[in-house]
Design a protein around this ligand. Structure first.
Ligand SMILES: Cc1ncc(COP(=O)(O)O)c(C=O)c1O
Ligand SMILES: [Zn+2]
Length: 403
């Protein structure tokens, strides 16, 4: 057994190599890059999650919170890794699995980043958190902030999923709707922070610990597969935090001596907002924002991710790829999956299932490979994505005979 609850040692800049103190509140590096948490992995080597409670805190040695008493939890983590044999067979990927993040508190994987980010912020003395969001992250952070006794200031596009507004308001957040994109919401939050010194800017990758919460998806997938990593993992990529986190987790697990052969990581985007796919295809190190980004898969409508170079690095280092699909393709995949397997996924997750079809057709994906798709949220959070066109029958009427 390891002695320390957390083996966090310092923060590191993946761009310029700077080393920063992890015992005080930090944002980004002076060079503008996000910061990554580093651990004393030698001390964490004895980590043995089996037998611990089924939450992401089972990996506490490689999480930044220093003591169990500082953990702010709603029971997040250890979501199911579900086999999808019927759908897999239909699309020529028989060894297909889904990590279903629809089952975490708040209905999306954003709960992971919020649980770890809020816990660490509260532990370091932060009194309030402020962020722009495409909806789900704001909802999760507002709810976890409420549990931690922190205030929250949230700005989201008016087009963000309506339920996420209700989650923020119910949590007592100070919420603003913005007639624009998440990037516009971000600019408003930055300006507002000037007059709120006791709030921390917890925008995507502007604090180092959200990524630590999301990386636990990688740990869980490997643990749930008997310490076998999948051949290919598909991730719906907006800010890319989950993809960067899973890449980091795979690297850490390799260092910890948990067997993990290389997993090819795939960033999936929508045709209406494909900065990472464009950069990948052009062989560029960074992305360029599209002029008028739009997609029904709202969580991946991110025109210029701060961590774009880290996403592209993760794809290159794992020999992965980037794929874009149309809204029509992802909506069709969403319904097909629900009918085949009973799994009602969010449109972002559905984009990955649509991408699978393309990858099989192109031959990039072989039919004998083990594939895990990250479904990042519940379809229930998006009640308007499925067009419902069914008859209404009068109270004293009768249902038609079977066709
Ligand atoms: C359901 C869903 N999937 C995917 C994403 C994209 O997440 P990431 O920032 O990790 O790329 C989001 C972000 O809002 C989301 O809400
Ligand atoms: Zn730097």
């Amino acid at each position: 057994m390891t002695e320390r609850y957390s083996t966090l040692s310092h923060l590191e800049c993946p761009k310029c190599g700077a080393r920063l103190d992890a015992t005080v509140v930090q944002g980004t590096c002076d060079c503008g890059s996000p910061l990554l948490a580093r651990y004393d992995l030698d001390a964490a080597r004895g980590m043995s999650p089996a037998g611990r409670a089924p939450t992401l805190w089972r990996y506490h040695e490689v999480l930044p919170v220093s003591a169990e008493s500082a953990v702010v939890s709603l029971g997040e983590g250890m979501t199911p890794l579900l086999p999808l044999p019927v759908h897999g067979k239909r699309i020529g990927v028989p060894d297909l699995w889904m990590k279903d993040e629809g089952l975490v508190p708040t209905g999306s994987f954003k709960a992971r980043g919020a649980a770890v980010g809020v816990s660490r912020a509260a532990e370091l003395g932060v009194r309030g958190i402020a962020m722009p969001t495409n909806g789900n992250a704001g909802a999760a952070w507002a709810l976890y902030a409420a549990r931690a006794g922190l205030r929250s200031l949230i700005a989201m596009p008016v087009d963000a999923p309506v339920i996420t507004r209700a989650e923020c308001v119910a949590a007592g957040a100070e919420l603003y709707l913005v007639d624009g994109l998440i990037s516009h919401a971000g600019a408003l939050i930055r300006k507002a922070l000037a007059s709120r010194p006791d709030y921390q800017d917890v925008s995507t990758l502007k604090e180092p610990y959200r990524i630590e919460g999301k990386k636990t998806m990688g740990y869980e997938i490997v643990e749930q597969s008997g310490r076998r990593a999948p051949d290919v993992l598909l991730y719906p990529t907006g800010g890319g935090v989950g993809l960067i986190g899973i890449h980091k987790a795979l690297d850490e697990m390799r260092e910890l001596g948990w067997l993990t052969p290389e997993t090819r990581l795939v960033a999936v985007q929508a045709e209406g907002c494909r900065p990472i796919v464009d950069a990948w295809e052009a062989g560029a190190a960074e992305s360029v924002a599209p002029a008028a980004p739009t997609t029904i898969a709202f969580g991946i409508n991110v025109p210029k991710p701060l961590g774009d170079f880290l996403i592209l690095r993760a794809l290159a280092e794992t020999e992965g790829t980037a794929v874009a699909v149309t809204d029509e393709e992802l909506l069709a995949a969403q319904r097909e999956l629900a009918a085949d397997e009973g799994a009602f996924v969010c449109p972002e997750g559905a984009a990955c299932f649509a991408a699978l079809i393309r990858l099989r057709e192109s031959g990039w994906l072989r039919g004998d490979e083990r594939v895990v798709v990250l479904n990042t949220g519940s379809g229930v959070k998006y009640p308007d994505t499925v067009r419902v066109d069914v008859p209404t029958i009068s109270a004293d009427g009768a249902l038609p005979d079977p066709a």
